[in-house]
Design a protein around this ligand. Structure first.
Ligand SMILES: [Ca+2]
Ligand SMILES: [Ca+2]
Length: 517
């Protein structure tokens, strides 16, 4: 029903364009940029796996840590299902404003084949009769960029990335492989961001995001400030630094669901992020959390040469206070994350490469009980999913972003439930037909930095294989498979929802993705 006004709107806009062009012959040679631009993304995934949520309530959408509170477990049956996603994006840049203002709207429709009909709900729909309202709003923002200005400001619901680059004009793949690789922040939020070219080689970003407001009259908000700078020491060597700050006064209020939000919430547990517990029943707290980090990259995207290397290190610092009849200091925070990767391009295309990546996060075996929290804190304590580390290319041990309604993995947050993790990833990729048909084999392995009671540090090793074939430009079919041999970490009853060691998980899926311009 809504389609007709939209179509009319598009027709009006285009006929206005046509009208303008008829009267200006000079413009015919140089096609005018469209005022209203549509970019669509369609993704279809068909999965077979031995992983399923064991709790009946958790259908439709399942996110979080595999074997965790979302009740996902390996079963002696084979789950077989198909899911689909459609992501339409509209960019409106009216000519009358001469490019000064741009509106961006991005929506998402996710469903599982045969899931539900006639109703409302995210990630639902896809059964006979269709008729489900399942639209999600991901972006709705206004960008201001005066003519010839070397800065722009974005106001509203926008991408929240742990990267200095403007996510409106840079690819997701760049954000996945630069800055902090979306390990901390990789989602959408409301706020104001300013992106600026501070010099010909230096760029900066300053952002304010309102994560949770709760009651508008009360000092019960969670707000995030971000300051990032990046420059180049020489044409191939980029370095950057970041300072972020979370002002958390929510005292457990708010949250995306009954799981709540914040450091003491069940949401953190679900996501496999750091969840702290204070002694006694009262879990209300307030916190000032900071991140100070630096990163460097050499020869990004194989710009000139066969070696591409990068690294980042970032410290969590902060203070957590308990809030009751009085406010008491509970703990200092000091956690550390380090990541590095090296890629060697042995062949003709960027897909002919061998990649080695390593990740380390500090862990804590006693949480805040000793007055210091040495675990790493990511955005996954405030929303789901927020930190989406994915440059590792694993499918089961760490989160794979090629998902629709079911997004889970063993180390779902880089903090590894606050225990810390040391992980290594090796991928060998090859273009069988240059820029058309590629394949890869990968290995991923992880050690928990804190040994759980009754288990060992070794979490497991995954092997995976993937093939991608480009039918046409931006229209790609893929097949991916992974098997994870679990380690004795899972002998510890405390690390699984079922309190028993799960069977090794496996997954096999096909994908069809189409980016529409
Ligand atoms: Ca408030
Ligand atoms: Ca501690």
């Amino acid at each position: 029903m809504k389609l007709i006004p939209i179509l009319q709107f598009i027709i009006v806009v285009f006929s206005l364009n046509l009208y303008a062009q008829n009267f200006s012959d000079t413009r015919l040679q140089d096609p005018e940029p469209k005022e209203l631009q549509f970019i669509g993304y369609s993704f279809t995934r068909m999965t077979t796996s031995n992983i399923t949520p064991t709790n009946d309530i958790l259908q439709g959408q399942v996110i979080g840590r595999l074997f965790g509170q979302n009740s996902t477990n390996t079963v002696p049956q084979t789950a077989l299902y198909a899911e689909q996603r459609f992501v339409p994006m509209f960019i409106y840049k009216p000519a009358i404003l001469d490019g000064y203002a741009t509106f961006r709207g991005l929506f998402k429709i996710d469903y599982t084949w045969g899931d539900q009909a006639y109703g409302i709900g995210n990630n639902r729909g896809g059964a006979i009769n269709a008729g489900q309202v399942n639209l999600q709003t991901l972006l709705a923002n206004v960008e201001i960029k005066p003519k010839d200005a070397d800065w722009n400001v974005v106001v509203g619901l926008q991408r929240l990335f742990d990267n200095v680059r403007d996510p409106n004009v840079n690819t997701l793949q760049t954000a996945q492989t630069s800055g902090y690789k979306l390990s901390f922040w990789g989602t959408q939020a409301v706020g104001i961001s300013m992106f600026a070219d501070l010099s010909s080689i230096t760029k900066g970003r300053i952002s304010y995001f309102q994560l949770w407001e709760n009651e508008i009259s009360k000092n019960d908000d969670v707000a995030l400030w971000m300051l990032d700078v990046e420059s180049r020491l020489n044409p191939l060597l980029e370095i950057g630094g970041s300072i972020w700050y979370v002002w958390d006064r929510a005292k457990n209020a708010g949250g995306i669901s009954v799981l709540g939000q914040g450091l003491t919430s069940a949401l953190a547990d679900y996501n496999g992020a750091t969840r702290i517990r204070f002694p006694g029943g009262n879990q209300k707290y307030q916190a000032d959390l900071g991140w100070i980090g630096g990163h460097a990259a050499y020869n990004r995207d194989f710009l000139a040469g066969r070696i591409w290397a990068d690294a980042f290190a970032i410290a969590n610092i902060g203070i957590i206070d308990t809030v009751g009849t009085q406010t008491n200091k509970a703990a200092d925070v000091f956690g550390i994350t380090a990541n590095a990767s090296i890629n060697y391009k042995y062949g003709q295309t960027a897909n002919d490469k061998i990649s080695l990546e390593a990740l380390y996060t500090s862990g804590d075996d006693n949480g805040v009980n000793d007055g210091t929290l040495n675990s790493v804190i990511t955005g996954n304590v405030y929303g789901s999913p927020v930190g989406i580390y994915s440059s590792h290319r694993a499918l089961l041990l760490f989160p794979d972003p090629q998902v629709i309604n079911r997004y889970y993995s063993v180390v779902h947050d880089i903090s590894n439930m606050g225990l810390g993790v040391t992980a290594a990833f090796l991928n060998f990729q090859k273009d069988f037909i240059p820029n058309r048909f590629s394949g890869k084999v990968g290995v991923a392995t992880a050690l928990s930095n804190v040994k759980p009671n009754g288990g060992s540090n070794y979490m497991g090793t995954e092997v995976n294989v993937e093939f991608k074939y480009n039918l046409k430009v931006f229209l790609t079919v893929g097949v991916s498979a992974g098997y994870l041999a679990l380690g004795d970490f899972f002998n510890a009853p405390s690390v699984t929802y079922s309190n028993t060691r799960p069977k090794d998980p496996w997954v096999l899926f096909t994908t069809l993705s189409w980016l529409m311009f």
